[in-house]
Write a new protein. Sequence first.
Length: 707
Amino acid sequence: MSRTERSASDRSETEQDTLEVAFSPLDDRPGLMVSDLIERNQFRLFTDRPVSPTPAATDDHRFPVDAAVTVDAASITLPTVVSVYVRDETGTMLAETEHSAHEEFPHGTYSLELCGPIKMYLRVEGAVTVSSDVTRTHIEFDGTREVGVGARSHHEGPAATLTTTEDPLDVMTAVSTFSSALKTTSPERSYPTLRGHPPLVELGERLHVPDGVDAPDTGVRLELPPEYESIYVAAPLAYYVAADVVPGDRPRLVTDDGFEHDLDTVRGFETEVERVLKQTFFLDCVTRTEGYYSVDLHEREAIESSLDLDFEWLYDQPLATQLAEYLSVPFGAVEDELPEWRLTSHVAPDPENVELLPFVTNDLAVVRTPQSQPEPSSEVQTTAANEFFRDAAFTRSAAADDPTRSYVQPEAADSLEQSWVGDGAPIGASKATTNAFYNRLDRTPADGDIGITVVCNDLRMADERDIVDEVYASRDELPFEVQVHHDLTRAELREVLSAEADLLHYIGHIDGEGFECADGKLDATTLRAAGPDAFLLNACQSYEQGSALIEAGAIAGIVTLSDVINSGAVRMGRMLARLLNRGFTVGSALEVARDDSVIGDQYTIIGDSSLSLARTDGGPPNVCVVRRCGGDQYELDWQTHPSTRVGMGSMVMPWIDDEDQYHLWSGTSKTFEMTREEVQQFLSLETVPVKIDGSLVWSDELDFSKL
């Protein structure tokens, strides 16, 4: 079923009837498995005795949860160290714990918030002790207690669909409703879980905003020229500051209190909008430490002494007042401490792209107007293959580049990832499509093992098949079901491409006619429906076939723009498999892998780059950069990557001795000075990619004696 065949009301009814979170006893030891059935995340709670979860009311918990159960236990152990926020019956936060913690609480009623791959809450009456060592968090009670366990999925869907015409004034009205999805207008909206998905937008013959889609009245307005370029660029800012978007002679942000901030500066409109969004978001992250989550934040300590801002006073002020105070600060005063933005999206100012605005806004992307136009090309990134040709390596296709394809090179941006919304195949950016995002919304709950399908249709590429099979099967704590196929016929491959799976990893040949099979070519454009959510088509020139899979129902995929050398493709395939296996999104996995391969720029993404395969137990996706400083001294940079569950505005505390501050999640944290032993201890906590001496290796393969 295509997007246009499915109504918004049908989607809402389906979502209301589906179970997003499930609980089940562990099979191999006493404990409870908590599963996010939409995002395919799982987290284990180990208990001192076998448990039989009993369904419970969700409103027993102070914070919203999708499902709840009760279990009887005297202790609960978490498989990793996670942040635990302890609150009393009134909601007052008593403590926040991380690594090397030990907190004791007398008899009382407590709520414990567990910040794992799934947002979880424990509710218990009794005395509680929370402690953690290097690898695990332990929660103990004064005897066997009934423990309420609630969980909330990180999946967030839009609550409504509105219609707009192509008239820019109507589009302004539509964008003004985006902030109706915010769950608060306090600085806590900088937390990703408190920013809901904006309503969907469809083009039609008249403007229609459904009842109940009401934006908060904040007294903030964005006055803009009534043209697509301005509206699209300002949409994420309008959403975040809950601004009413209205026509004006010159772009500016104004409030009912008389504050005015010019958006048409010498830096340019797009740059000014970007600065206002980043500065407001960042200072909200700092101000919120005066609220419900009173934690020691590194970024606050870094800037507070140089700013004339009273954060305690600011926290209780209305949003319009906070904006005026924030923007009184020079951007340069906070620039160095800003988290690296996840996404810059280049959106062509075409009427049909209004339907993509809610998804771009939901990512809180920096929006730019494309400055370059697609151009035909018969050669893309060819120099990367030279060293492989010298070794007489073979490519995964013998066909020439598709002569009908045009390419575009988006301008460089200060973000972890870039996306392209417009014509042409982007180099160095993902190709965002409306169908992919709607396919993501229609993702249905899936109970059971995470399905990985590996297809190898050329025995000369069996090395990659064996490698990725081993990689996907390496997670004992994550229930992967890996199916490996080889030498498929057209009928067999059609069946595989139509079967449901979380990931398809294809190894073989692809050209303009389709996938090469044992008895000919299979063109993905002939599929009625694609089964895999995500795919990696590790073959030459797989862009068009990947596009066809998205049109048929897939959400995101990694494809190639030109021929790829087999030996280079094997290395990319292994690296991408490991990154996806460790919880990196499709987008962040490719960004990391590109840096480690001379053919990396020949790969791109089609669809929703924020999709991740699965995540369980361990910490969020990150890369460690290690530099030798001489003797026993090293420097370590911790590069964090946003994901569905750890989005822009999340906080994390690295498991490093003497580090007791939280850091905003996204990009490179401060540089840590460490000894060899400390580096080794840190890298042994979890299997992560490590950059050292310009090469990317995995911590479980690193020879520490040579570090």
